[in-house]
Design a protein around this ligand. Structure first.
Ligand code: 5RP
Length: 293
């Protein structure tokens, strides 16, 4: 059995050495079935290989969140500029038109709220039949590596991966950082790799120092969460750096819907993710679009 202490330090990440050529455009997914590839292609654009996911599932733990008070008003103007709606089934069914031709990353874990100090215990909150009914392109499960809820969250993840594999639906493993855990490169290296080894087809994590090591060591695509609201220029720089360092996209919420002009912001983020725009040019675009409104 592998031991906890006394191991050699992992350091040979082969930074700069490209992965062997794949036939499919999503990292590590050459060997999955047609249906799963089709769903992954709805998430990751075949041309850029990247994705802009709009996360607006915050209500599942935070209730009414700044910028998301009215889902029916806030989300529709952003939809043309995104690839994926990341949301709960309740929000989608009640407030979002099913006629948008966008992929859905369905929030499928649930179980705690911001009222609790320890939010690391969740359950699978959506069964596979309802995920299919919602036409989910992937199912998102929160994990809490190193926290009290570590084991139960891994259980939620692997059960969902098993169910998704039965029907060709990928699972998005979300790295949530418990209050007691530090957001270090070491932590993200550990958590992202664990989730990929469990079989998650996509990993969501936070950006960190030496992020290129995290993406290099993770055999499946990584998308970054935006985290708390930053000045727009800083959020664009973070998105740019993440893509340059191997991320396959963003799954951003507050840094889009809490921006001074959310429609301009989502377009600036898209320019970075899909068009390889620099953060400076993207920020100019943001200001230009903001001035037009
Ligand atoms: C929580 C989530 C949320 O969807 C996501 O992190 C929120 O996005 P942002 O941090 O960009 O507001 O997965 O773990």
């Amino acid at each position: 059995m592998a031991e906890k202490d006394g191991n050699k330090t992992a350091k040979d990440y082969g930074i700069g050495i490209p992965s062997p050529k794949q036939t499919f455009h999503v990292k590590g997914m050459d060997n999955v079935d047609w249906g799963m590839k089709n769903r992954l292609s709805r998430i990751f654009h075949p041309k850029s290989g990247h994705t802009v996911m709009l996360a607006f599932d915050h209500g599942y733990i935070m209730g009414s969140t700044a910028g998301l008070e009215r889902l029916d008003l806030v989300i529709p103007p952003l939809v043309p500029y995104i690839d994926v709606l990341m949301a709960t089934r309740g929000a989608l069914r009640a407030a979002i038109s099913p006629s948008y031709n966008k992929a859905v990353a369905l929030r499928c874990s649930a179980g705690s709220s911001v009222l609790k100090d320890d939010m690391s215990t969740e359950v699978i909150g959506v069964n596979i039949e309802d995920a299919i009914r919602m036409n989910a392109s992937c199912m998102a499960i929160q994990t809490f590596i190193g926290s009290n809820g570590e084991c139960s969250s891994i259980h939620n993840l692997v059960r969902t991966i098993d169910a998704g594999n039965r029907y060709g639906i990928p699972t998005l493993g979300v790295v949530a950082v418990g209050k007691e855990m530090a957001r270090t490169t070491k932590y993200f290296l550990l958590a992202t790799r664990m989730l990929a080894e469990f079989g998650a087809q996509i990993i969501k994590t936070y950006y960190c120092d030496e992020f290129e090591k995290v993406t290099a060591a993770c055999p499946v695509p990584i998308v970054i969460a935006g985290g708390k609201k930053l000045p727009e220029a800083d959020a664009l720089k973070m998105a740019y750096n993440a893509i340059q360092e191997g991320a396959s996209g963003v799954d951003m919420g507050r840094n889009i819907f809490q921006a001074e002009n959310s429609t301009a912001m989502v377009q600036a983020v898209r320019a970075i993710v899909h068009d390889g725009e620099t953060p400076e040019k993207a920020y100019d675009l943001y200001n230009t679009l903001k001035a037009e409104k």
